[in-house]
Design a protein around this ligand. Structure first.
Ligand code: NAD
Length: 502
Protein backbone atom coordinates (compact mmCIF):
# COMPACT_ATOMS: atom_id res chain seq x y z
CA UNK A 1 0.00 0.00 0.00
CA UNK A 2 1.67 3.23 -1.10
CA UNK A 3 1.39 6.38 0.94
CA UNK A 4 2.03 9.77 -0.50
CA UNK A 5 0.21 13.05 -0.06
CA UNK A 6 -1.47 12.78 -3.44
CA UNK A 7 -2.99 9.40 -2.66
CA UNK A 8 -6.63 9.36 -1.74
CA UNK A 9 -7.57 6.28 0.20
CA UNK A 10 -10.52 4.58 -1.50
CA UNK A 11 -13.51 2.78 -0.02
CA UNK A 12 -13.63 -1.01 -0.06
CA UNK A 13 -17.04 -2.07 -1.30
CA UNK A 14 -18.21 -5.41 -2.66
CA UNK A 15 -14.72 -6.87 -2.42
CA UNK A 16 -12.85 -4.15 -4.29
CA UNK A 17 -11.33 -0.74 -3.85
CA UNK A 18 -13.79 1.89 -5.00
CA UNK A 19 -12.35 5.38 -5.53
CA UNK A 20 -14.60 8.04 -4.10
CA UNK A 21 -16.75 10.08 -6.42
CA UNK A 22 -17.35 12.69 -3.74
CA UNK A 23 -15.10 15.72 -3.86
CA UNK A 24 -14.69 15.79 -0.11
CA UNK A 25 -11.44 14.45 1.37
CA UNK A 26 -9.72 14.55 4.74
CA UNK A 27 -6.01 14.90 5.55
CA UNK A 28 -4.20 11.95 7.07
CA UNK A 29 -1.17 13.22 8.97
CA UNK A 30 1.98 11.61 10.14
CA UNK A 31 1.67 12.99 13.68
CA UNK A 32 5.39 12.58 14.33
CA UNK A 33 6.37 14.94 11.51
CA UNK A 34 3.23 17.02 11.13
CA UNK A 35 3.12 16.24 7.39
CA UNK A 36 0.02 15.25 5.46
CA UNK A 37 0.92 11.83 4.08
CA UNK A 38 -2.24 11.10 2.16
CA UNK A 39 -5.88 12.02 1.77
CA UNK A 40 -8.89 9.96 2.66
CA UNK A 41 -12.21 10.00 0.85
CA UNK A 42 -15.07 11.36 2.93
CA UNK A 43 -17.94 9.21 1.78
CA UNK A 44 -21.24 10.49 0.44
CA UNK A 45 -24.76 9.22 1.10
CA UNK A 46 -24.64 7.39 -2.24
CA UNK A 47 -21.38 5.65 -1.32
CA UNK A 48 -22.80 4.50 1.99
CA UNK A 49 -25.87 3.26 0.15
CA UNK A 50 -23.64 1.29 -2.24
CA UNK A 51 -21.80 -0.33 0.68
CA UNK A 52 -25.03 -1.22 2.48
CA UNK A 53 -26.47 -2.62 -0.77
CA UNK A 54 -23.36 -4.79 -1.22
CA UNK A 55 -23.67 -6.00 2.36
CA UNK A 56 -27.38 -6.71 1.98
CA UNK A 57 -26.79 -8.71 -1.19
CA UNK A 58 -23.97 -10.73 0.39
CA UNK A 59 -26.08 -11.40 3.51
CA UNK A 60 -28.34 -13.83 1.65
CA UNK A 61 -25.59 -16.39 1.07
CA UNK A 62 -23.46 -15.58 4.08
CA UNK A 63 -26.17 -16.33 6.64
CA UNK A 64 -26.56 -19.73 4.93
CA UNK A 65 -22.82 -20.47 4.76
CA UNK A 66 -22.02 -23.49 6.89
CA UNK A 67 -20.35 -23.01 10.23
CA UNK A 68 -17.41 -25.00 8.86
CA UNK A 69 -16.98 -22.61 5.94
CA UNK A 70 -17.18 -19.55 8.15
CA UNK A 71 -14.72 -21.06 10.61
CA UNK A 72 -12.19 -21.90 7.91
CA UNK A 73 -12.29 -18.37 6.50
CA UNK A 74 -11.88 -16.85 9.96
CA UNK A 75 -8.93 -19.14 10.66
CA UNK A 76 -7.35 -18.14 7.35
CA UNK A 77 -7.88 -14.46 8.16
CA UNK A 78 -6.28 -14.96 11.57
CA UNK A 79 -3.28 -16.59 9.91
CA UNK A 80 -2.89 -13.84 7.32
CA UNK A 81 -3.32 -11.04 9.86
CA UNK A 82 -0.84 -12.73 12.16
CA UNK A 83 1.67 -13.09 9.33
CA UNK A 84 1.23 -9.43 8.40
CA UNK A 85 1.00 -8.07 11.95
CA UNK A 86 4.22 -6.08 11.67
CA UNK A 87 2.94 -4.38 8.50
CA UNK A 88 -0.35 -3.59 10.19
CA UNK A 89 1.47 -2.22 13.24
CA UNK A 90 3.84 -0.10 11.14
CA UNK A 91 0.97 1.38 9.18
CA UNK A 92 -0.86 2.33 12.31
CA UNK A 93 2.25 3.87 13.88
CA UNK A 94 2.65 5.99 10.76
CA UNK A 95 -0.88 7.39 10.99
CA UNK A 96 -1.66 7.22 14.72
CA UNK A 97 1.80 7.97 16.10
CA UNK A 98 1.92 5.36 18.88
CA UNK A 99 5.24 3.57 19.29
CA UNK A 100 5.72 0.40 17.27
CA UNK A 101 5.82 -1.97 20.25
CA UNK A 102 2.49 -0.54 21.43
CA UNK A 103 1.05 -0.89 17.93
CA UNK A 104 2.15 -4.52 17.90
CA UNK A 105 0.39 -5.04 21.23
CA UNK A 106 -2.76 -3.50 19.76
CA UNK A 107 -2.69 -5.88 16.81
CA UNK A 108 -2.14 -8.82 19.14
CA UNK A 109 -5.24 -7.96 21.19
CA UNK A 110 -7.23 -7.65 17.96
CA UNK A 111 -5.98 -11.06 16.83
CA UNK A 112 -7.26 -12.52 20.08
CA UNK A 113 -10.79 -11.44 19.19
CA UNK A 114 -10.44 -13.12 15.79
CA UNK A 115 -9.29 -16.26 17.61
CA UNK A 116 -12.37 -16.07 19.84
CA UNK A 117 -14.56 -15.67 16.73
CA UNK A 118 -12.96 -18.81 15.24
CA UNK A 119 -14.87 -20.72 17.95
CA UNK A 120 -18.16 -19.71 16.36
CA UNK A 121 -19.54 -23.23 16.09
CA UNK A 122 -19.35 -23.53 19.86
CA UNK A 123 -20.52 -19.95 20.46
CA UNK A 124 -23.64 -20.25 18.33
CA UNK A 125 -25.00 -23.40 19.92
CA UNK A 126 -28.60 -23.17 20.99
CA UNK A 127 -30.41 -25.04 23.73
CA UNK A 128 -32.84 -27.94 23.59
CA UNK A 129 -35.39 -29.15 26.09
CA UNK A 130 -37.06 -32.46 25.46
CA UNK A 131 -40.68 -33.04 26.50
CA UNK A 132 -41.59 -29.50 27.49
CA UNK A 133 -45.11 -30.89 27.14
CA UNK A 134 -46.16 -34.39 26.17
CA UNK A 135 -44.07 -35.34 23.10
CA UNK A 136 -43.20 -31.71 22.55
CA UNK A 137 -39.60 -30.50 22.27
CA UNK A 138 -38.40 -26.94 22.36
CA UNK A 139 -35.13 -25.53 21.15
CA UNK A 140 -33.52 -22.19 20.58
CA UNK A 141 -31.10 -20.88 17.98
CA UNK A 142 -29.19 -17.68 17.53
CA UNK A 143 -29.50 -16.14 14.07
CA UNK A 144 -27.68 -13.19 12.51
CA UNK A 145 -29.34 -9.78 12.65
CA UNK A 146 -28.44 -8.87 9.04
CA UNK A 147 -26.34 -5.89 8.02
CA UNK A 148 -24.30 -4.47 10.90
CA UNK A 149 -22.48 -1.14 10.83
CA UNK A 150 -19.39 -0.30 12.88
CA UNK A 151 -18.13 3.21 13.61
CA UNK A 152 -14.74 3.39 15.26
CA UNK A 153 -12.35 5.90 16.90
CA UNK A 154 -8.82 6.93 15.98
CA UNK A 155 -7.02 5.56 19.00
CA UNK A 156 -7.07 1.83 18.17
CA UNK A 157 -7.45 1.79 14.39
CA UNK A 158 -6.80 -1.95 14.08
CA UNK A 159 -8.03 -3.39 17.36
CA UNK A 160 -11.36 -1.64 17.89
CA UNK A 161 -12.71 -2.58 14.45
CA UNK A 162 -11.52 -6.12 15.23
CA UNK A 163 -13.67 -6.01 18.38
CA UNK A 164 -16.59 -5.84 15.95
CA UNK A 165 -16.37 -7.24 12.42
CA UNK A 166 -14.76 -10.68 12.98
CA UNK A 167 -17.41 -11.63 15.52
CA UNK A 168 -20.32 -10.06 13.66
CA UNK A 169 -19.24 -11.89 10.49
CA UNK A 170 -18.65 -15.15 12.37
CA UNK A 171 -22.25 -14.88 13.57
CA UNK A 172 -23.46 -14.77 9.95
CA UNK A 173 -23.90 -11.01 9.51
CA UNK A 174 -22.42 -8.78 6.86
CA UNK A 175 -20.66 -5.59 7.85
CA UNK A 176 -20.11 -1.97 6.85
CA UNK A 177 -17.26 -0.32 8.71
CA UNK A 178 -16.77 3.43 8.96
CA UNK A 179 -13.33 3.78 10.55
CA UNK A 180 -11.83 6.96 11.93
CA UNK A 181 -10.85 9.35 9.17
CA UNK A 182 -7.65 10.23 11.08
CA UNK A 183 -5.85 6.89 10.60
CA UNK A 184 -7.91 4.89 8.09
CA UNK A 185 -5.33 2.97 6.03
CA UNK A 186 -4.99 -0.01 8.31
CA UNK A 187 -8.67 -0.82 7.82
CA UNK A 188 -8.26 -1.25 4.07
CA UNK A 189 -5.29 -3.54 4.59
CA UNK A 190 -7.30 -5.74 6.99
CA UNK A 191 -10.31 -5.84 4.65
CA UNK A 192 -8.02 -6.94 1.81
CA UNK A 193 -6.51 -9.66 4.00
CA UNK A 194 -9.96 -10.94 4.93
CA UNK A 195 -10.84 -11.14 1.22
CA UNK A 196 -7.59 -12.99 0.57
CA UNK A 197 -8.63 -15.41 3.30
CA UNK A 198 -11.70 -16.31 1.24
CA UNK A 199 -14.34 -13.93 2.58
CA UNK A 200 -17.01 -13.52 -0.11
CA UNK A 201 -17.31 -10.08 -1.66
CA UNK A 202 -19.67 -7.76 0.15
CA UNK A 203 -19.46 -9.47 3.53
CA UNK A 204 -17.06 -6.79 4.82
CA UNK A 205 -17.22 -3.29 3.34
CA UNK A 206 -15.36 -0.15 4.35
CA UNK A 207 -16.70 3.34 3.78
CA UNK A 208 -14.41 6.14 4.84
CA UNK A 209 -15.89 9.38 5.98
CA UNK A 210 -17.20 11.66 8.65
CA UNK A 211 -20.59 12.72 10.01
CA UNK A 212 -22.21 12.50 6.56
CA UNK A 213 -21.44 8.78 6.28
CA UNK A 214 -22.30 8.11 9.93
CA UNK A 215 -25.65 9.87 9.68
CA UNK A 216 -26.58 7.84 6.61
CA UNK A 217 -25.71 4.60 8.41
CA UNK A 218 -27.81 5.72 11.37
CA UNK A 219 -30.91 6.21 9.31
CA UNK A 220 -30.42 3.56 6.62
CA UNK A 221 -33.40 1.18 6.66
CA UNK A 222 -31.22 -1.84 5.77
CA UNK A 223 -28.81 -1.45 8.67
CA UNK A 224 -30.07 -3.64 11.51
CA UNK A 225 -27.48 -2.96 14.21
CA UNK A 226 -24.73 -0.50 15.01
CA UNK A 227 -21.62 -0.89 17.14
CA UNK A 228 -19.95 2.39 18.02
CA UNK A 229 -16.80 3.23 19.96
CA UNK A 230 -15.75 6.85 20.45
CA UNK A 231 -16.30 9.87 22.64
CA UNK A 232 -19.28 10.22 24.96
CA UNK A 233 -21.17 13.03 23.19
CA UNK A 234 -21.06 11.12 19.89
CA UNK A 235 -21.85 7.81 21.61
CA UNK A 236 -24.98 9.32 23.10
CA UNK A 237 -25.97 10.77 19.73
CA UNK A 238 -25.42 7.43 17.99
CA UNK A 239 -27.41 5.56 20.61
CA UNK A 240 -30.36 7.95 20.52
CA UNK A 241 -30.45 8.38 16.75
CA UNK A 242 -29.92 4.70 15.97
CA UNK A 243 -32.64 3.69 18.44
CA UNK A 244 -35.01 6.26 16.93
CA UNK A 245 -34.51 4.50 13.60
CA UNK A 246 -35.30 1.14 15.12
CA UNK A 247 -31.77 -0.24 15.29
CA UNK A 248 -30.03 -2.30 17.90
CA UNK A 249 -27.19 -0.10 19.20
CA UNK A 250 -24.20 -0.49 21.48
CA UNK A 251 -22.26 2.76 21.88
CA UNK A 252 -19.12 2.85 23.97
CA UNK A 253 -18.02 6.30 25.10
CA UNK A 254 -15.22 8.12 26.85
CA UNK A 255 -13.58 7.62 30.19
CA UNK A 256 -11.86 9.11 33.20
CA UNK A 257 -10.17 6.21 34.89
CA UNK A 258 -9.20 6.50 38.55
CA UNK A 259 -6.37 4.54 40.13
CA UNK A 260 -6.73 4.36 43.91
CA UNK A 261 -3.51 3.85 45.82
CA UNK A 262 -3.79 2.81 49.46
CA UNK A 263 -0.87 3.55 51.82
CA UNK A 264 0.02 -0.15 52.13
CA UNK A 265 0.50 -0.64 48.35
CA UNK A 266 3.80 -1.72 46.84
CA UNK A 267 4.76 1.81 45.78
CA UNK A 268 7.32 0.78 43.17
CA UNK A 269 4.74 -1.45 41.50
CA UNK A 270 2.15 1.35 41.70
CA UNK A 271 4.58 3.91 40.24
CA UNK A 272 5.48 1.62 37.32
CA UNK A 273 1.78 1.02 36.70
CA UNK A 274 0.80 4.70 36.91
CA UNK A 275 3.49 5.77 34.44
CA UNK A 276 2.74 2.92 32.02
CA UNK A 277 -1.02 3.38 32.16
CA UNK A 278 -0.93 7.17 32.24
CA UNK A 279 1.51 7.82 29.41
CA UNK A 280 1.39 4.68 27.26
CA UNK A 281 0.07 5.59 23.80
CA UNK A 282 0.42 9.22 24.98
CA UNK A 283 -2.65 8.73 27.19
CA UNK A 284 -4.84 8.18 24.12
CA UNK A 285 -6.44 5.03 25.47
CA UNK A 286 -9.95 4.78 26.82
CA UNK A 287 -8.46 2.64 29.59
CA UNK A 288 -5.59 5.05 30.36
CA UNK A 289 -5.22 6.07 33.98
CA UNK A 290 -6.08 9.74 34.19
CA UNK A 291 -6.52 10.29 37.94
CA UNK A 292 -4.40 9.01 40.79
CA UNK A 293 -6.40 8.96 44.00
CA UNK A 294 -3.85 8.77 46.77
CA UNK A 295 -5.18 7.81 50.19
CA UNK A 296 -3.48 9.19 53.33
CA UNK A 297 0.29 8.99 53.16
CA UNK A 298 0.32 7.27 49.73
CA UNK A 299 0.96 10.45 47.71
CA UNK A 300 4.18 11.36 49.49
CA UNK A 301 5.58 7.90 48.81
CA UNK A 302 4.25 7.53 45.29
CA UNK A 303 4.80 10.88 43.58
CA UNK A 304 8.62 10.99 43.96
CA UNK A 305 8.78 7.52 42.42
CA UNK A 306 6.58 8.59 39.52
CA UNK A 307 8.70 11.72 38.95
CA UNK A 308 11.84 9.62 38.87
CA UNK A 309 10.35 7.39 36.17
CA UNK A 310 9.00 10.31 34.15
CA UNK A 311 12.41 11.98 34.09
CA UNK A 312 13.81 9.21 31.90
CA UNK A 313 10.82 8.68 29.58
CA UNK A 314 11.83 8.98 25.96
CA UNK A 315 9.33 10.81 23.77
CA UNK A 316 9.85 10.61 20.01
CA UNK A 317 8.86 9.21 16.65
CA UNK A 318 6.99 5.95 17.18
CA UNK A 319 9.14 4.24 14.55
CA UNK A 320 12.28 4.91 16.59
CA UNK A 321 12.78 1.80 18.77
CA UNK A 322 14.13 4.01 21.57
CA UNK A 323 10.85 5.97 21.86
CA UNK A 324 8.47 5.03 24.65
CA UNK A 325 5.82 7.61 23.88
CA UNK A 326 4.82 9.13 20.55
CA UNK A 327 2.93 12.27 19.52
CA UNK A 328 -0.77 13.05 19.82
CA UNK A 329 -3.08 12.52 16.90
CA UNK A 330 -3.46 16.13 15.65
CA UNK A 331 -2.15 19.57 16.47
CA UNK A 332 -5.61 20.64 17.64
CA UNK A 333 -5.80 17.73 20.03
CA UNK A 334 -2.27 18.40 21.32
CA UNK A 335 -3.21 22.02 22.03
CA UNK A 336 -6.47 21.00 23.69
CA UNK A 337 -4.64 18.62 26.03
CA UNK A 338 -2.06 21.30 26.89
CA UNK A 339 -5.02 23.62 27.53
CA UNK A 340 -6.28 21.30 30.27
CA UNK A 341 -2.91 21.60 32.03
CA UNK A 342 -3.11 25.40 31.70
CA UNK A 343 -6.61 25.37 33.17
CA UNK A 344 -5.60 23.05 36.01
CA UNK A 345 -2.71 25.33 36.91
CA UNK A 346 -4.97 28.38 36.81
CA UNK A 347 -7.46 26.60 39.05
CA UNK A 348 -4.79 26.00 41.69
CA UNK A 349 -3.36 22.56 40.88
CA UNK A 350 0.41 22.14 41.15
CA UNK A 351 2.19 21.17 37.90
CA UNK A 352 4.83 18.82 39.29
CA UNK A 353 6.15 17.67 35.91
CA UNK A 354 5.49 19.98 32.97
CA UNK A 355 5.72 18.54 29.45
CA UNK A 356 4.17 21.52 27.69
CA UNK A 357 7.42 22.94 26.35
CA UNK A 358 8.80 19.67 25.03
CA UNK A 359 10.39 19.75 21.59
CA UNK A 360 11.57 16.60 19.86
CA UNK A 361 14.75 17.36 17.88
CA UNK A 362 14.27 16.79 14.17
CA UNK A 363 10.48 16.62 14.67
CA UNK A 364 9.70 20.25 15.47
CA UNK A 365 6.41 20.15 13.55
CA UNK A 366 5.24 16.91 15.17
CA UNK A 367 2.28 16.93 17.56
CA UNK A 368 4.27 16.14 20.67
CA UNK A 369 3.44 16.94 24.26
CA UNK A 370 5.63 15.75 27.10
CA UNK A 371 4.09 13.82 29.99
CA UNK A 372 2.58 16.02 32.71
CA UNK A 373 1.97 15.29 36.39
CA UNK A 374 -0.38 17.42 38.46
CA UNK A 375 -0.83 17.40 42.23
CA UNK A 376 -3.49 18.88 44.50
CA UNK A 377 -6.18 18.52 41.84
CA UNK A 378 -9.69 19.17 43.18
CA UNK A 379 -12.91 17.53 41.96
CA UNK A 380 -14.35 20.83 40.74
CA UNK A 381 -11.52 21.45 38.24
CA UNK A 382 -12.00 20.76 34.51
CA UNK A 383 -8.74 18.77 34.52
CA UNK A 384 -10.48 16.38 36.94
CA UNK A 385 -14.00 16.35 35.54
CA UNK A 386 -13.38 16.01 31.81
CA UNK A 387 -11.79 13.37 29.65
CA UNK A 388 -8.40 14.76 28.51
CA UNK A 389 -7.18 11.87 26.35
CA UNK A 390 -3.53 12.84 26.55
CA UNK A 391 -0.41 12.33 28.67
CA UNK A 392 -1.67 14.09 31.82
CA UNK A 393 -1.88 12.41 35.21
CA UNK A 394 -3.84 14.28 37.88
CA UNK A 395 -3.37 13.52 41.56
CA UNK A 396 -6.20 13.93 44.03
CA UNK A 397 -5.27 13.50 47.68
CA UNK A 398 -7.94 12.06 49.97
CA UNK A 399 -7.95 11.05 53.63
CA UNK A 400 -9.74 7.71 53.43
CA UNK A 401 -10.85 4.80 51.28
CA UNK A 402 -14.45 6.03 51.64
CA UNK A 403 -13.51 9.42 50.22
CA UNK A 404 -11.75 7.73 47.28
CA UNK A 405 -14.81 5.57 46.60
CA UNK A 406 -17.15 8.58 46.81
CA UNK A 407 -15.10 10.34 44.12
CA UNK A 408 -15.44 7.43 41.70
CA UNK A 409 -19.10 6.98 42.53
CA UNK A 410 -19.92 10.57 41.75
CA UNK A 411 -17.90 10.80 38.51
CA UNK A 412 -19.85 10.79 35.25
CA UNK A 413 -17.68 8.08 33.65
CA UNK A 414 -17.34 4.44 34.64
CA UNK A 415 -15.07 2.72 32.13
CA UNK A 416 -12.06 1.32 33.99
CA UNK A 417 -10.57 1.71 37.44
CA UNK A 418 -7.85 0.15 39.56
CA UNK A 419 -6.87 -0.24 43.17
CA UNK A 420 -3.31 -0.75 44.36
CA UNK A 421 -3.03 -2.35 47.78
CA UNK A 422 -1.70 -5.41 49.58
CA UNK A 423 -4.89 -5.67 51.62
CA UNK A 424 -7.05 -8.39 50.07
CA UNK A 425 -10.10 -7.32 52.06
CA UNK A 426 -9.85 -3.74 50.82
CA UNK A 427 -9.43 -4.92 47.24
CA UNK A 428 -12.43 -7.21 47.53
CA UNK A 429 -14.57 -4.41 48.98
CA UNK A 430 -13.43 -2.11 46.17
CA UNK A 431 -14.33 -4.53 43.40
CA UNK A 432 -17.74 -5.04 44.99
CA UNK A 433 -18.54 -1.36 45.61
CA UNK A 434 -17.17 0.42 42.57
CA UNK A 435 -19.69 1.44 39.87
CA UNK A 436 -17.34 0.83 36.95
CA UNK A 437 -17.36 -1.82 34.22
CA UNK A 438 -13.74 -2.99 34.35
CA UNK A 439 -11.75 -3.22 37.57
CA UNK A 440 -8.06 -3.88 38.12
CA UNK A 441 -6.59 -5.14 41.37
CA UNK A 442 -2.91 -4.17 41.20
CA UNK A 443 -3.49 -4.13 37.43
CA UNK A 444 -3.77 -0.62 35.98
CA UNK A 445 -5.39 -1.36 32.59
CA UNK A 446 -7.88 -4.17 33.13
CA UNK A 447 -8.91 -4.78 29.52
CA UNK A 448 -10.95 -8.01 29.48
CA UNK A 449 -9.65 -10.89 27.43
CA UNK A 450 -11.45 -11.74 24.19
CA UNK A 451 -13.57 -14.40 25.93
CA UNK A 452 -14.99 -11.92 28.44
CA UNK A 453 -16.66 -8.73 27.22
CA UNK A 454 -15.48 -5.12 27.29
CA UNK A 455 -17.61 -2.23 28.45
CA UNK A 456 -18.03 0.55 30.93
CA UNK A 457 -20.89 1.84 33.02
CA UNK A 458 -22.54 5.27 33.28
CA UNK A 459 -21.49 7.70 30.49
CA UNK A 460 -18.93 5.23 29.20
CA UNK A 461 -21.51 3.01 27.53
CA UNK A 462 -24.97 3.51 26.06
CA UNK A 463 -26.81 0.27 25.43
CA UNK A 464 -27.33 -3.00 27.21
CA UNK A 465 -24.52 -5.22 26.04
CA UNK A 466 -20.76 -4.91 26.24
CA UNK A 467 -18.61 -5.44 23.19
CA UNK A 468 -16.94 -8.68 21.94
CA UNK A 469 -16.86 -11.91 23.98
CA UNK A 470 -20.17 -13.50 25.03
CA UNK A 471 -22.02 -10.16 25.00
CA UNK A 472 -20.81 -9.59 21.45
CA UNK A 473 -22.33 -12.89 20.34
CA UNK A 474 -25.64 -11.83 21.89
CA UNK A 475 -25.47 -8.41 20.28
CA UNK A 476 -24.81 -9.78 16.79
CA UNK A 477 -27.50 -12.46 16.95
CA UNK A 478 -31.22 -12.73 17.56
CA UNK A 479 -32.71 -15.50 19.61
CA UNK A 480 -35.34 -17.74 18.08
CA UNK A 481 -37.27 -20.42 19.96
CA UNK A 482 -38.97 -23.35 18.26
CA UNK A 483 -41.61 -25.54 19.85
CA UNK A 484 -42.29 -28.67 17.85
CA UNK A 485 -44.38 -31.80 17.92
CA UNK A 486 -44.51 -34.50 15.29
CA UNK A 487 -48.13 -35.10 14.23
CA UNK A 488 -49.83 -37.53 16.56
CA UNK A 489 -53.49 -38.60 16.17
CA UNK A 490 -53.98 -38.39 19.95
CA UNK A 491 -53.78 -34.63 19.74
CA UNK A 492 -56.45 -34.05 17.08
CA UNK A 493 -59.41 -31.80 17.85
CA UNK A 494 -60.12 -28.11 18.00
CA UNK A 495 -59.20 -26.42 21.27
CA UNK A 496 -59.64 -22.66 21.64
CA UNK A 497 -58.10 -22.55 25.10
CA UNK A 498 -54.60 -21.28 25.75
CA UNK A 499 -52.34 -24.34 25.44
CA UNK A 500 -51.39 -25.76 28.82
CA UNK A 501 -48.59 -28.14 29.61
CA UNK A 502 -49.69 -31.68 30.15
P1 NAD B 1 -14.94 10.57 18.17
O1 NAD B 1 -16.18 10.38 18.98
O2 NAD B 1 -14.56 11.95 17.78
O3 NAD B 1 -15.06 9.74 16.79
C1 NAD B 1 -15.46 8.40 16.78
C2 NAD B 1 -16.13 8.10 15.44
O4 NAD B 1 -17.30 8.90 15.33
C3 NAD B 1 -15.25 8.41 14.24
O5 NAD B 1 -15.42 7.39 13.28
C4 NAD B 1 -15.80 9.74 13.74
O6 NAD B 1 -15.67 9.90 12.34
C5 NAD B 1 -17.26 9.69 14.13
N1 NAD B 1 -17.80 11.03 14.45
C6 NAD B 1 -17.13 12.06 15.00
N2 NAD B 1 -17.96 13.12 15.15
C7 NAD B 1 -19.16 12.74 14.70
C8 NAD B 1 -20.43 13.40 14.60
N3 NAD B 1 -20.61 14.65 15.00
N4 NAD B 1 -21.46 12.70 14.08
C9 NAD B 1 -21.31 11.43 13.67
N5 NAD B 1 -20.14 10.77 13.74
C10 NAD B 1 -19.07 11.40 14.25
O7 NAD B 1 -13.77 9.83 18.95
P2 NAD B 1 -12.22 9.82 18.61
O8 NAD B 1 -11.65 11.17 18.92
O9 NAD B 1 -11.97 9.23 17.30
O10 NAD B 1 -11.70 8.76 19.70
C11 NAD B 1 -11.41 9.07 21.02
C12 NAD B 1 -12.58 8.81 21.93
O11 NAD B 1 -12.98 7.45 21.84
C13 NAD B 1 -12.25 9.04 23.39
O12 NAD B 1 -13.33 9.70 23.99
C14 NAD B 1 -12.10 7.64 23.94
O13 NAD B 1 -12.34 7.51 25.32
C15 NAD B 1 -13.12 6.91 23.16
N6 NAD B 1 -12.85 5.48 23.15
C16 NAD B 1 -13.65 4.69 23.90
C17 NAD B 1 -13.41 3.34 23.96
C18 NAD B 1 -14.27 2.44 24.79
O14 NAD B 1 -14.13 1.25 24.65
N7 NAD B 1 -15.15 2.95 25.62
C19 NAD B 1 -12.36 2.79 23.23
C20 NAD B 1 -11.57 3.62 22.43
C21 NAD B 1 -11.83 4.98 22.41
Amino acid sequence: MSTNANDTLAHFIGGKLVPSTSKRTGDVFNPATGDVQRKVALGSVEEVDAAVAAAKKAAVDWRNASLATRTRILFAFRELANRRKDDIARLLTLEHGKVLSDAQGEVQRGLEVIEFACGLSQLLKGELSENVSTDVDSYSMRQPVGVVAGITPFNFPAMVPMWMYPLAIACGNTFVLKPSERDPSVTNLCAELFKEAGLPDGVLNVVHGDKVAVDRLLEHPDVAALSFVGSTPIARYIYETGAKHGKRVQALGGAKNHMVVLPDADMDLAADAAVGAGFGSAGERCMAISVLVCVGSAADKLLPRIKERMAVLKVGNGLDPASQMGPLITKQHRDRVAGFVDAGEKDGAKVVVDGRALKVPGHERGFFLGPCLLDDVQPGMSVYREEIFGPVLSTVRVKSYDEAMALIQSHAYGNGTAIFTNDGGAARKFQHDVPVGMVGVNVPIPVPMAYYSFGGWKHSLFGDLHIYGPDGVKFYTRNKVVIGRWPDPRFRGVDLGFPQNK
